[in-house]
Write a protein that binds this ligand. Structure first.
Ligand SMILES: Nc1ncnc2c1ncn2[C@@H]1O[C@H](COP(=O)(O)OP(=O)(O)OP(=O)(O)O)[C@@H](O)[C@H]1O
Length: 355
């Protein structure tokens, strides 16, 4: 028998909360459209979670609600076990790094970083000490007297990060933190962020539309689609067992066929079969169930090649390591594993087929 929870009593779910971040039944309507719909998400203390999804799926809206810049229409947000749903950004134990960094161009790096502490009326001595400490953490001590326009994009990003960290937040929020950096710097900065996040053990949520970025630095990834979370799991699990057709298509590359899979080949059926290019083996000798196909295109990717194979009106992407076959060569494409979806949901685990 259950009794109603008395008003003001702690929610049992909160007591189980280990101190991270919890979103419960979050909802937001903007311009007459439901942008976020009944969204639940639990981020453990010290965990790094990415919100990943296509443009317009509601990632930034979710992050802004977590930060307190946007009020949800319904639902609850707790941080470190405390309900913060009705608190403004400055009253929450969270700090945000904005996509455009939002630095004051006329202030020095040190003054930018000190800014949130000055707002909180910390003493001069404490401010000086904490600013030095955090500039050390992000390797920017030598730039403490520079102004943002005088330093590089990557350095500006570190100033923005330092300005968030100096607040010693329980929850660190980053909105597309790497989108303004060039490809090479992006990889370095994302590793730096991950490194720092792990060293400080800080609960972190990152918004990104870049799957490689999300998969490479996150403990878990929440894939969003049209205001909902499609799947929330580890990067490895997300890739190996995408639970919906949307996730399978969004993460990595996929050969997509209408039909069913009999363990060796695509057959008639009312589902969708997804085959990763690395699950297609291309050989010169026939194999049971393999499709005779021609190498129509070869794309080098450094340590592997991507082949486009054609048989009549069917094309198939395959990855091969080692020397690629010749263009126009005829061989046999065998499907070694497949993901099968019905009504958009995974119905069968990928399986290896021994020929
Ligand atoms: N103030 C607003 N009024 C009306 N619609 C809005 C408002 N703010 C955002 N939206 C809409 O809400 C949807 C989600 O926007 P949001 O910025 O959260 O998406 P996103 O996933 O972060 O996308 P992106 O990767 O492009 O930044 C979009 O369709 C957007 O047009």
């Amino acid at each position: 028998m259950s009794s109603p929870t008395p008003v003001g009593a702690a929610d049992p779910a909160d007591r189980a909360d280990d101190g991270g971040l919890r979103l419960t039944a979050l909802r937001k309507t903007l311009g007459g459209r439901t942008i976020i719909d009944d969204l639940d998400l639990t981020v453990q203390r010290g965990e790094l979670v990415s919100l990943l999804g296509p443009s317009g799926c509601g990632k930034t809206t979710t992050l802004r609600m977590i930060a307190g810049f946007l009020a949800p229409d319904a639902g609850r947000i707790t941080m470190a076990g405390r309900d913060v749903t009705r608190l403004g950004p400055d009253k929450r134990p969270s700090a945000m790094v904005f996509q455009n960094y939002a630095l004051w161009p006329h202030m020095t790096v040190a003054k930018n970083v000190a800014y949130p502490l000055r707002l909180r009326r910390k003493s001069r001595a404490e401010i000086a000490e904490r600013v030095e400490q955090v500039l050390g953490l992000v390797n920017l001590l030598h730039h403490r007297g520079s102004r943002p326009p005088q330093i590089s994009g990557g350095e500006q990003q570190r100033v923005a990060l330092a300005r968030a960290l100096v607040q010693e937040p329980d929850v660190l929020l980053l909105d597309e933190p790497l989108s303004n950096l060039d490809a090479k710097l992006r990889v370095k900065v994302r590793e730096d962020i991950r490194d720092l996040q792990q060293r400080l053990g800080i609960t972190t949520v990152i918004v990104t539309h870049d799957q490689e970025e999300a998969l490479s630095i996150s403990d878990r990834v929440a894939v969003m689609n049209q205001g909902r979370i499609e799947q929330f799991t580890t990067p490895a699990e997300l890739y190996a067992r995408p639970e919906t057709e949307f996730v399978a298509t969004f993460i990595g590359s996929l050969n997509r066929f209408d039909g069913a899979f009999d363990g060796v080949r695509i057959v008639d059926g009312d589902g969708v079969v997804g085959v990763r290019p690395e699950s297609v083996a291309f050989t010169t000798t026939p194999r049971p169930g393999a499709l005779r196909a021609t190498v129509e295109r070869i794309v080098p990717h450094g340590h592997f090649h991507e082949l486009r194979l054609r048989r009549d009106d069917v094309t198939l992407a395959a990855y091969v390591s080692g020397p690629p076959p010749a263009l126009g060569a005829v061989g046999f494409a065998a499907i070694e594993a497949a993901l099968v979806y019905r009504d958009g949901r995974l119905v069968r685990q990928p399986e290896a087929v021994v020929a």
